[in-house]
Design a protein around this ligand. Structure first.
Ligand code: PDD
Length: 287
């Protein structure tokens, strides 16, 4: 059975799914998105992603295309029609279609909405986690509102390609003070020499990762210490462990930064434990 996409009210074969050439998402990146991991065909961290979607739209004065309940139905119907159990759902909402003009259309137009569903091979991701990944660093060059999950991802795409070109999986942005902000599509963490977890605080110009947030709750429940304090690439190399989090990567150990091994260069036990904990709770709380 072929893939199905949802486009502005219709479920259509993926290969025939199209948006208008004057969709503002296409011309101006005037659009936001969300990605939910799917476990057993259910949406992981539903509340966190819906709340962030509403916030991203609100910050840009784009209306919610439909109620949260209706949106949930569309996402679940898209998943059902694609018969995907393990994977992810992608939702994109743009300001809509209007003759090209930088300022907002007046009168307002209806937001445009697209949903796609992808399958992932969880056995392959588990194998990747067991091996750990390499990351590279790259100068932070994004705009000042990375807390809004917009489709304006060109710096992220270029950073990811820089990683891919040398066989790494993720790129970490480094700000002008030398601190890691986050990954091109994930949040960045280390376990420092004292065994304390460190990740950048959300007052910095980063995306407030939903996986990051859920994991922070789990970590605190485990009685572990977290320090939301910036770290440098050198701190990461000197650390015991490093990992990334996101709806795509879940919790993924990092074993090298810019070609230098993190700690002893092996996948860390805490990162693997947090990966298991996260997946277990995400499965249990999925809707
Ligand atoms: N990316 N930081 C950035 C820049 C991201 O793009 C993402 C997610 C994250 C992690 O956020 P969350 O835990 O809410 O997924 C952090 C998604 C998965 C993507 O672009 O495909």
């Amino acid at each position: 059975m072929g893939r199905i996409a949802y486009v502005n009210g219709r479920y259509v074969p993926h290969g025939e799914a199209v948006v208008h050439i004057e969709d503002r998402g296409y011309q101006l990146a005037d659009a936001v998105y969300e990605v939910w991991a799917l476990f057993g065909g259910k949406l992981a961290d539903p509340e966190g992603h819906f709340a962030r979607l509403e916030r991203s739209l609100g910050e840009l004065s784009i209306a919610m295309p439909m109620s949260r309940a209706a949106l949930t139905m569309v996402l679940k119907e898209a998943v059902r029609r694609n018969r995907v159990s393990e994977g992810s759902v992608y939702l994109q909402v743009s300001r809509g279609v209007a003759p090209r003009d930088h300022a907002f259309p007046n009168p307002e137009v209806r937001p445009a909405m697209v949903v796609t569903v992808s399958r992932v091979d969880r056995a392959a991701s588990d194998a990747r986690a067991a091996k750990g990944i390499a990351v590279v660093t790259t100068p932070e060059n994004r705009w000042g509102r990375c807390d809004i999950k917009t489709v304006g991802l060109l710096p992220n795409a270029l950073a990811k390609q820089k990683a891919r070109a040398v066989g790494a999986v993720e790129a970490w942005f480094v700000d002008e003070l030398g601190f890691v902000t986050e990954g091109a599509s994930s949040n960045a963490w280390i376990v420092d020499g004292d065994g304390r977890l460190r990740t950048r605080d959300t007052n910095a110009n980063i995306l407030r990762g939903v996986t990051r947030h859920t994991l922070l709750d789990l970590i605190r429940n485990e009685g572990l210490e977290v320090d939301e304090r910036p770290f440098t690439p050198a701190d990461a190399v000197a650390a015991k462990e490093a990992f990334i989090t996101g709806a795509g990567s879940l919790v993924l150990p990092v074993v090298a930064v810019d070609g230098k091994p993190v700690g002893d260069g092996k996948v860390g036990p805490l990162a693997m434990r947090l990966r298991r904990l996260y997946i277990e709770q995400a499965k249990a709380a999925a809707v």
